[in-house]
Write a protein that binds this ligand. Sequence first.
Ligand code: GLA
Length: 392
Amino acid sequence: MNREQTRAEQGPADRAVAELARTWGAEPDGVWTAPGRVNLIGEHVDYNGGRCLPMALTRVTAAAVRARDDDRVRLASDDPDAEPFEGRLSDLGPGGVTGWAAYAAGVLWALQQAGIEVPGMDLAVSSDVPLGAGLSSSASLECAVGLAAVELAGRPEDPALRQLLVDAAIRAENEVVGAATGGMDQTVAMLAADGAALLIDFRDGSTRPVPLGLAEAGLKLLVIDTRVRHALADGQYGQRRRDCEEAAGILGVSTLGEVTAADVERLTDPRLRARARHVVSEIARVDELVALVRAGRVAECGPLLDASHASLRDDYEVSAVELDTVVAAATAAGALGARMTGGGFGGSAIALVPERAVADVQAAVVAACRERGLTTPVTLAVTSGPAARRLS
Ligand code: GLA
């Protein structure tokens, strides 16, 4: 594991250890971390049996944990807005916990449901994955807590255990938090390969690392956080899922991942046709982008990012004025391509940028937002980091 990454994870890890001592008066048995993620392409296709290409970030959530001899579970976060939670192992299921603690408690519940004998524990977390930025701070929290719990339960690390953790984290989010998310975020947090993006195929759940070769091509991947999250995000996400299920039902398939562009044209409802067109065209763009990257042609991927954004904006209708503004400004200032990333309605965009144009793009997105009276975005250049792991 490279030393720079370990140093980057040390900040959240140290803060989690300090929080554990401050709130619960405990010394940790260990510290576990799990990364946030950014999705390169393949948006809103995970719950449609499609393919997507996310990458783990070097930013992580750290969980410092001390196992207990009884069945008590005590959870704390160093986020000043996050209230501590205290309960018993049997209290953690749907309806039992609300707020930030539901992500952590939910995964402990789902692991118990999967037959893991999770011990009682005192736990504290700290994260440098920005909250609400569409970079999967929630999956990173679930996965750090989940990995800690299975190790403290004495389960040895193996690929089957990682998959069980992915499933438990998804269950936590769907059933305890009550967010109908699709599984991309938890999969990459648990299974990412350091130094590569991860191609996830939701037809069978298989994953394959795809090294991007950005540095060799003189390119940077910028994340542009609009620092805005519109209130309608959650309801609209569920509505998009229902639209896709309805369209798949009309076409007589279980997911839209199985249909062709010609099938889509058979949908008579214009809204459902547009939703399905996005899904089918986006899956094709993932395949094209992966083929270009594998051929050493990552610098030619820009137009696919642009097309993905247009499809999410016009057919899937999940963009926002802030996202459209930064995407247009980034492209005008020299990005090879740009798109919104994650669920949409705010959050972040990504831009593929030649190293020499990074400063111009950063200045341009800030200027464009100021001109329109929008919140000033924050830009960070990202590289890929490792999957969830034990840090100490
Ligand atoms: C959110 C969800 C993911 C995925 C994306 C859109 O991040 O958590 O499961 O559906 O939106 O691609």
